[in-house]
Design a protein around this ligand. Structure first.
Ligand code: NAD
Ligand code: LMR
Length: 336
């Protein structure tokens, strides 16, 4: 029997990331080649024309899996019965700004949207927040939907994860597919900790491969501290500087990776990935914070990889990023 189409709501669908997302979802990249999808494009009034234009182009794509497109500026309609909510709509940062500078501009968006999701979405809805500062916006949305379980709310750190894999692959001159078990910890910000301590390259410890590449373990550690970690953590700013505006196609790609792995599960040999999920105290991260962890997925939900050996240096880095998340939570306490 044919499966019912999945309803995916994209906020900010008239914006840059929205435009990059819509056509890939319609082409089947989100849920595979057998699953039909209905798209809901939720915008603010100023963004409606752009979203309507995208809807016209979606129709012109004659995508076999696309069962309909609706454009609205009403959250009750936008989230009605939705199975997947991609919360993209919000202001991006410009040159010289940190993502946390967007808290004042964007935080007010996510409480009402969380409440509307609780009221109108499908009971098993899954939500990913892309709009920055993503972790704390997800915390706000989650707080506004107390009747939904914690595990329905996530924020995107898959872009950071993919960036870390890309940097490692380039340094070791291998394809990205050779790399497993990189982890992003903490906030989607410059304080994040991209961690390769457990990573492997073609089945070999990445630390061993890096030591060979850089002429010893000490040099490899120096490259990680001085180049790899800051490059990954500040890649968003690098893209803004080079492109003139924040990442779009890579952000849409990571959003699709995040939702696909969450809904369909990761292939058995793919190892873990990274996502910002609601903490239940794992690795000392205070309960309730939306923090990035290494996670696995069998399709029923993201699960934090527990029991990893995390050395004192890594713990200190994770703690610094988590302290930033605590500060952001304090800054939006009035919205929680
Ligand atoms: P954009 O300005 O091109 O588009 C944003 C869209 O959101 C606009 O069309 C705007 O009308 C709409 N919008 C604003 N408020 C809204 C609301 N309340 N409801 C629905 N729509 C609303 O920006 P963009 O480049 O698409 O980036 C969107 C967000 O994603 C930014 O906050 C950016 O910083 C963030 N981002 C996050 C990541 C990540 O890895 N987490 C990566 C890249 C960008
Ligand atoms: C990114 O990481 O590219 C986005 O979060 C955009 C930004 O402001 O850095």
């Amino acid at each position: 029997m044919a499966q019912t189409p999945v309803t995916a709501t994209i906020t900010g669908a008239g914006g840059q990331i929205g435009y990059a997302l819509l056509f890939r979802i319609a082409a089947g990249d989100l849920l595979g080649p057998d699953r039909e999808v209905r798209l809901r494009l939720l915008e603010i009034p100023q963004g409606l024309r752009s979203a309507e234009g995208a809807a016209l182009e979606l129709q012109d794509g004659a995508f076999p899996l696309l069962r309909g497109v609706e454009v609205t500026d009403d959250a009750a309609i936008g989230f009605d019965g939705c199975d997947i909510a991609l919360l993209v709509g919000s202001r991006p940062r410009g040159p010289g700004m940190e993502r946390a500078d967007l808290l004042a501009a964007n935080a007010g968006i996510f409480g009402p949207q969380g409440a509307a999701i609780q009221e109108h979405a499908a009971p098993d809805v899954r939500v990913v927040v892309v709009g920055n500062p993503a972790n704390t916006n997800a915390l706000i949305a989650r707080a506004a939907a107390p009747e939904l379980p914690d595990d329905r709310f996530t924020a995107l750190t898959r872009l950071d994860h993919n960036r870390a894999v890309g940097q490692l692959a380039a340094a070791l001159d291998v394809g990205a597919g050779a790399i497993r078990d990189v982890a992003i910890w903490g906030n989607h910000s410059a304080s994040q900790f991209p961690d390769v301590a457990h990573a492997t390259v073609d089945g070999r410890p990445a630390m061993q491969a890096l030591a060979e590449r850089f002429g010893g373990a000490e040099n490899a550690a120096g490259w990680l501290d001085d180049e790899f970690v800051p490059r990954v953590a500040k890649r968003g700013a690098e893209i803004i500087e080079v492109r003139g505006s924040s990442s779009v196609a890579s952000a849409a790609n990571a959003t699709i990776d995040h939702v696909r792995d969450w809904m369909l599960g990761r292939p058995a040999d793919a190892g873990w990935t990274s996502a910002a999920v609601v903490s239940h105290g794992e690795y000392g991260v205070p309960e309730g914070l939306v923090s990035s962890f290494p996670v696995t997925s069998d399709g029923s939900g993201y699960r934090t990889v527990e029991g990893l050996d995390v050395d004192a240096r890594a713990r200190a880095r994770i703690a610094a990023s988590v302290a930033e998340l605590v500060g952001e939570r304090e800054a939006v306490a009035g919205l929680l």
